[in-house]
Design a protein around this ligand. Structure first.
Ligand SMILES: [Zn+2]
Ligand SMILES: [Zn+2]
Length: 317
């Protein structure tokens, strides 16, 4: 099959073997895949991953248990053991023996077919199109913040970073707080957020005043946490949404002095994301800025790394 493989370099292979699903797997024909910042990190050596890249997708089940056959689906990315203390304790996303689709030990979705445990699948309603459904995984990651924090007494909420994830986080937070503010450095990206009714501030005009109840860092940079520490109020909360690259020294004393709660946040609830798209309460229409066929995936990945793009999609079928 056609597949985009990373093995110390990016390769478009036409002869990659089709996945062989186990008894608990479904075989899914991928329709559309999404490029995420994590894919760009994988190409820099993140997790030492080799194999088929990609983890955001919508597809159709071609083989597996009867009830799933021919269903249009999205899929959770953590493939878990079901037996460890995390799994049995209800924290399966933190399974100690997990593989992660297209990121760690499990072939991903930049390919014609992917095998995924049936327990990972979620059916997509007909009213949610492929170009929306492909955003379910990152949108679920944004909804995770709402699961982790109670926003009922948060008036001032700031999202740092106008990229792929920051955009989704701001849209989701707009469903629970009146006026989340998105801070970014790209005029066109801030405009896309404004179109979805989100208040924005250009980074150059943002002056952190230690008055925000919650600050979400989705900048993907160490500077993001520094800015967050200056923007959050004493006893406020900082949510870390991007894995910050190592290599920068940070002074964490402000967290102690101001008694700040720091919350790490990763994968989230698919049902919440699917429901939000079906109900139209999260507007994702302006986010897709590029589409490429699977064989041009290297161009798609290069485009996703350029600042003018928000979400880049790969059309597989
Ligand atoms: Zn991702
Ligand atoms: Zn486990």
């Amino acid at each position: 099959m056609l597949a985009v493989v990373f093995d110390s370099e990016l390769q478009v292979r036409i002869d990659y073997p089709e996945p062989r699903p186990s008894r608990s797997d479904a075989l899914v024909a991928v329709r559309v895949a999404g490029v995420c910042s994590t894919d760009l990190e994988v190409m820099k050596g993140y997790m030492g991953f080799t194999g088929v890249m990609g983890h955001e997708f919508v597809g159709r089940v071609v083989s597996g248990p009867e009830k799933w056959r021919d269903q249009r689906v999205v899929g959770e990315i953590n493939c878990v053991c079901g037996r460890c203390d995390m799994c049995t304790g209800g924290l399966a996303n933190h399974c100690r023996d997990r593989t992660v689709l297209g990121i760690d030990g499990h072939d991903g979705v930049f390919a014609e077919y992917v095998a995924l445990p049936v327990r990972n699948l979620h059916a997509v309603p007909d009213t949610v199109g492929d170009e929306q459904a492909v955003l379910v995984e990152p949108l679920a990651a944004a909804f995770q913040i709402v699961r982790q924090l109670d926003f009922s007494r948060s008036d001032s909420v700031v999202v740092l970073g106008d990229g792929r994830l920051g955009q989704l986080v701001a849209r989701v937070l707009k469903t629970v707080v009146r006026r989340p503010v998105l801070v970014g450095r790209h005029e066109d990206k801030l405009e896309a957020a404004e179109k979805a009714g989100i208040q924005t501030v250009a980074e150059g005009e943002f002056s952190p005043r230690a008055d925000a109840d919650v600050v979400v860092d989705a900048t993907g940079s160490a500077e993001g946490l520094e800015t967050a520490m200056r923007a959050v109020r004493p006893r406020g909360v900082i949510v870390l949404k991007s894995t910050v690259a190592a290599g920068k020294e940070l002074n964490l004393a402000p967290l102690v002095i101001n008694e700040v709660t720091v919350v790490g946040s990763r994968c989230g609830p698919f049902p919440d994301a699917i429901q939000a798209l079906a109900d139209g309460i999260v507007d994702v229409s302006a986010l897709v800025t590029g589409r490429f066929p699977l064989r041009d995936a290297p161009e798609a990945l290069a485009a996703a790394a350029r600042p003018e793009h928000i979400k880049v999609l790969i059309d597989v079928a």
